[in-house]
Design a protein around this ligand. Structure first.
Ligand code: SAM
Length: 277
């Protein structure tokens, strides 16, 4: 696919397999095309590395931070588990949301918590709400520690943002999905990999090797989860564009019982998949 943007005539010419379609620039479809381009160019420019939350670097685009806030507000979790800490900005972000809500704490797992990052997190005024666990997120001992940390939680939200290979994400989904309460979510970050595979910093292998392929395999095996974004206000307007690095990454638990009739009934009314193709 090739786009030519003509701002004078306000048209985007979209060429696919030799056919050209003219899309009005000032239209929903125009916005969708520009959004996808914006995501790709911004990803290539490392735009998501330019933010901090309360002094700590966070590697997310603001759109995703706000969407996750909408989920946290809706779910009101007792515990948020995140795999992949990096500098810790996302942990501090979730902790700040939970502090404002007046309940909940955060458990972060990373294969390597660098000393300066650990110090910054541990010295942060929100650190009392944060538990750090160092080790691979798919190591059985680490999973067992997270399970202990969430044992008394009634409502747990899981965010997977560590290694983004299909195999690793699938293993994380198998290990951590059992912690997710009915109505809550496991959020799989960086499903954008297939979309950015053809950018200069991308890799053609990502067309297949990406978190979404893990999500697809997981939900096929686990009918107690459906891929479904919360009904965000944005989606309720005429705008359907999904400005996110986590397309198709919101898996809602609809039943405890993987094969139960409750799950089937709930899935029957709610199997909407959203996000860029
Ligand atoms: C994309 S960064 C996380 C960004 C962070 N969530 C944020 O929003 O700022 C990915 C992190 O995953 C960690 N990681 C990579 N492989 C891992 C594994 N097997 N287990 C746990 N963490 C891993 C890396 O050390 C890195 O810190």
């Amino acid at each position: 696919m090739n786009y030519t943007i003509d701002t004078t005539s306000a048209v985007i010419a979209v060429e696919r397999d030799g056919d050209v379609a003219n899309v009005p620039l000032y239209s929903t479809e125009g916005f969708e095309l520009l959004s996808e381009l914006w995501l790709k160019v911004g990803w290539n420019e490392k735009y998501s590395y330019t933010f901090t939350w309360m002094g700590i670097p966070v590697i997310q685009v603001p759109e995703d931070l706000i969407r996750i806030q909408e989920v946290v507000f809706r779910v009101q979790p007792d515990v948020i588990v995140e795999t992949g800490i990096a500098h810790g900005g996302s942990l501090i972000y979730y902790a700040s949301l939970l502090k404002t809500l007046g309940k909940g704490r955060v458990v972060g797992v990373d294969i390597e918590i660098r000393p300066h990052n650990r110090t910054a997190i541990e010295q942060h005024w929100l650190s009392e709400l944060v538990t750090l666990i160092e080790g691979s997120s798919i190591d059985e001992k680490i999973v067992a520690r997270v399970r202990e940390e969430t044992a008394s939680s009634q409502t747990t939200l899981v965010i997977l943002d560590s290694s983004h290979t299909r195999e690793h994400v699938l293993a994380e989904l198998e290990a951590y999905s059992e912690l997710v309460s009915v109505g809550s979510y496991v959020i799989v970050m960086d499903g954008i990999m297939a979309t950015v595979a053809d950018t200069p910093r991308g890799d053609a292998a990502w067309f297949d090797e990406n978190p979404i392929s893990a999500v697809e395999e997981f939900v096929a095996r686990h009918p107690e989860f459906v891929v479904e974004q919360p009904s965000w206000r944005f989606n309720e307007s005429h705008l359907r564009t999904n400005v996110t690095y986590a397309p198709n990454g919101y898996l809602r638990r609809v039943a405890y019982d993987p094969v139960g009739s409750l799950g089937a009934a709930l899935r029957g009314v709610s199997t909407r998949r959203t996000g860029p193709a």
